[in-house]
Design a protein around this ligand. Structure first.
Ligand code: ADP
Length: 176
């Protein structure tokens, strides 16, 4: 599914974040930036040791912020590492932290002149964020950002498996 926001494209695809040909892909990292499972594990596995070496130098990243490294052996030139919230009960600022994680990643892309970026569904794996709630925040935040920032031409959400894709599609249709 695809839609235009001004001159920019927002797109949903089902697939693997590590295979994307966007200039940057986003990692759903943890705050130590030392790798882990899920998206993080896949990115380090496919991208190779250079990403890990740069992450170690950076030293960490608080929830809601973002840091950038090389894409190593990935097709994407850069990896933007961001840290989403761990979901508890929705009353501990999780929504705001999740929105900030998306905004910080997009702002870093703008700052570096990156025109295309692919996101996974941040926080909806190990961090336990209910997918429909997370999708709403992810999509709303990306749409708002693109309305003010035409320098980014493509934001792609890469959903892992049909259930995640369908959840994002349903939420996006609801937002339109
Ligand atoms: P978090 O710790 O932020 O929850 P995870 O990596 O555990 O991050 O999961 C985030 C989402 O990414 C989950 O919905 C998971 O199914 C999905 N996912 C896992 N591997 C990949 C991949 N290779 N490409 C895209 N999405 C993935």
């Amino acid at each position: 599914m695809q839609l235009m926001i001004g001159e920019s494209t927002l797109e949903l695809v089902q697939g693997d974040i590590t295979k994307q040909d966007t200039e940057a892909i986003v990692n759903a990292a943890n705050s130590r930036l030392l790798g882990g499972g899920g998206v993080d594990g896949a990115i380090h596995r496919e991208g190779g040791p250079q990403i890990f070496a740069e992450c170690r130098k950076i030293g960490g990243c608080p929830p809601g912020e973002a840091r950038i490294t090389t894409g190593g052996r990935l097709r994407a030139k850069y990896v933007i590492h961001t840290v989403g919230p761990i979901y508890r009960d929705g009353k501990r600022g999780e929504a705001e932290t999740l929105a900030r994680a998306y905004r910080s990643s997009l702002a870093l892309a703008s700052e570096r002149g990156i025109k295309s970026i692919a996101f996974p569904s941040i926080s909806t794996g190990a961090y336990g964020y209910p997918i429909e709630l997370a999708a709403r925040i992810a999509l709303r935040t990306a749409m708002d950002y693109l309305e003010d920032h035409s320098e980014i031409k493509l934001v792609r959400f890469v959903l892992y498996g049909p259930l995640a894709y369908e959840a994002y599609e349903r939420v996006l249709q609801g937002l339109l």
